[in-house]
Design a protein around this ligand. Structure first.
Ligand code: M6R
Length: 609
């Protein structure tokens, strides 16, 4: 996730571009850049680091230009660096482009373009777009962009300028957001509405497959075939703080709603045309994966809960022993590092001190490390032998939501890849699992649409609870841990998770009349056992709130109320069912008036032991 902006009008472009980029920093902040046209030449200024650094470089230069584009980056392909920062330019330095999204076929396009004599400077996927535009350019930037985007696979929102057409910005979008702001004699481009609200409230929202051009005479939007499209002007009434959160009151709920897209982006490009998984390992060989005898998942908090899901799945389908461990425990328990083993560290931030220490320990003991990480260029990403990125974009709320579901997406893909390589599942079965996984982002959207109103109602009824228990078996036990963590973290309600079979070994004594117990029952093969456990809960007059997969009618007979998620394969139930649990935490905390995005005593990135 990155932020892009553009300006064309009568004022100096640079201060406006910087001002607008500041409102998009929540979309990325590892490097930034602008391109302006000055005396019919293109000037590009870019710098690694926060936008404030670029600001100190570019503002004193007081460029008179009244047209320009800008970018704030959240690295996906290529580490944060001056070279990888946008805008990117063509070989002649006449075209500059900013991009938000991921180009899946960039490697083959890059090869083709290098073959045609193009020179590449960066490691980014984006740079292929500007060279493609150069390749197609014959005096009309709009036509060149139209031809170029037809060659792209993946997601993009782009803004392009050329010194040969100094009064024109061309934009295009597919699967990444893009808006145009219509001011008085001035026009804006942005990834998101908040960026332009200081200047205009009249917005055109570009749809997938649309291209636009901005010139002093106004904005025009076309489809890919060149037909002009009429756009409706949306007049925005939000204040700026609300707009930064996409109209939501908190980042957490915005990020909960971003999950379908984060899942889609994380899946994107990782399945070949043969329907099998492709993960981009650079330093770990297929041979090493084939000979793998043991896996360690090591992480903290929510990321550890994702690792637990990995343990259940990989043991079941890849048939190798897997340990899932809390990093702060792992590193001090003198663990045994076995031959032919691999450590997988999971971290949203890539900076968690204990996870980083566990990673270093593994490497010192000759065990290779793969990171599942959201922040490109973070310490964990740099120090691991290989990284499987989650493409969730910046997660701002302290409570992890979209990072967790994206981590699960990578774990599912990894499990399927290992089963492929080791031959522990028939190829047809793997393909079936892959196809089911492809549908998960859309199912996540449906879960949000279907369950959010009911969860709001539920939260209004239960937000005064002192204790809430979460129980489950197998994958649902891992999910219980995550549900309970989320609830206690932001609502300050005491919440505990138990393996449902453990209740009778102690925790059952805590249950009494009226205590809510969230009973996760999505695993068909464990349903009978789970129903017995729910009966134990009911026998103590506690309130049983069930979560199951559509069609599990039996749950209704034993629970006080049941929430159903759409029919999915049991193995994918966790990534879907966590969404209503996140919503429960959010809406209960909201009812209790808690500081949701920054809960007391906690920090987003825990860089101390
Ligand atoms: O950045 P990381 O994923 O390494 O962070 C790990 C934990 O600190 C984090 O998941 C924490 O538990 C969250 N606040 C939970 O919502």
């Amino acid at each position: 996730m990155c932020g892009i902006v553009g300006y064309l009008g009568k004022k100096k472009a640079v201060p406006i571009l910087i001002d607008n980029l500041k409102r998009l920093e929540y979309r990325g902040y590892d490097s930034a850049g602008v391109a302006v046209i000055k005396d019919s030449t293109l000037v590009v200024e870019k710098s690694v680091g926060k936008l404030s650094k670029l600001e100190t470089i570019v503002i004193p230069k007081d460029y008179p230009s009244t047209i320009g584009i800008g970018h704030t980056r959240w690295a996906t392909h290529g580490k944060p660096s001056d070279i990888n920062a946008h805008p990117h330019m063509d070989c002649k330095g006449e075209i500059a482009l900013v991009h938000n999204g991921i180009i899946e076929n960039y490697l083959e396009l890059k090869e083709e373009l290098i073959g045609r004599g193009h020179r590449f400077l960066s490691e980014t996927d984006t740079e292929v777009i500007v060279h493609l535009v150069e390749e197609f350019y014959q005096g009309d930037l709009l036509e060149a962009v139209r031809s170029a985007v037809k060659r792209l696979e993946g997601s993009y929102a782009i803004a392009v300028v050329s010194s040969r057409e100094p009064e024109r910005i061309v934009v295009a979008r597919k699967d990444s957001p893009l808006i145009l702001g219509i001011g008085e004699g001035e026009y804006f481009v942005a990834s998101d509405i908040p960026a332009v609200l200081n200047y205009t409230r009249n917005i055109w929202i570009l749809e997938n497959g649309e291209l636009g051009e901005i010139s002093p005479s106004g904005c025009k939007v076309y489809d890919l075939e060149g037909n002009e499209k009429k756009k409706e002007t949306m007049v925005v009434s939000w204040d700026i703080s609300m707009a930064e959160k996409g109209g939501y009151p908190h980042f957490m709920i915005k990020e909960i709603h971003e999950q379908p897209n984060a899942l889609r982006e994380t899946f994107r490009g990782r399945v070949g045309v043969d329907g099998l998984v492709r993960l981009d390992f650079k330093n770990i060989t297929v041979e090493e994966l084939k000979n793998l005898k043991k896996l360690y998942f090591v992480a903290c908090g929510t990321a550890y809960h994702a690792g637990l899901v990995g343990k259940y799945l990989i043991e079941r389908f890849v048939r190798i022993p897997v340990e899932a461990d809390i990093a702060s425990e792992f590193r001090y328990r003198d663990p045994i590092f076995e031959k032919n083993s691999l450590m997988i560290v999971i971290s949203q931030s890539g900076e968690t001190a204990d996870t980083l220490a566990a990673l270093r320990m593994a490497k010192e003991n000759g065990v290779k490390v793969v990171a599942i990480c959201n922040v490109v260029g973070s310490s964990i990403a740099r120090e691991s032998d290989d990284v499987l990125y989650t493409y969730a974009g910046p997660e701002i709320a302290v409570a992890s939501t979209k990072a967790y579901t994206s981590q699960l997406m990578v774990i599912y893909l990894l499990m399927l890849l290992l089963a492929q390589i080791k031959g522990t599942l028939p190829i047809d079965k793997i393909k079936e699992f892959v196809e089911d996984l492809r549908k998960i982002p859309d199912i996540a959207t449906k879960v949000l649409e279907d369950l959010e109103p009911a969860i709001i109602d539920f939260s209004k009824r239960y937000y005064k609870a002192h204790d809430v228990f979460f129980i489950g078996r197998g994958l649902d036990y891992a999910l219980s841990l995550e549900g309970a963590l989320k609830l206690k973290e932001i609502s300050y309600i005491h919440a505990e998770a138990y393996a449902a079979g453990e209740l009778k070994h102690g925790p059952l004594s805590l249950l009494e009349e009226g205590v809510p117990v969230i009973c996760l029952a999505t695993q068909g093969y464990l349903l009978d056992k789970m129903i017995s456990n729910i009966k134990e809960v009911k026998a103590r007059e506690a309130i049983a709130i069930g979560f199951g997969i559509e069609g599990t009618e039996d749950l209704k007979d034993v629970c006080d109320e049941v929430f159903y998620v759409p029919k999915v394969n049991d193995i994918y139930a966790s990534v879907i069912t966590v969404i209503p649990l996140q919503l429960i935490a959010y809406y209960m905390a909201k009812e209790r008036g808690c500081d949701i995005d920054q809960p007391r005593n906690l920090a987003k990135s825990v860089t101390v032991e």
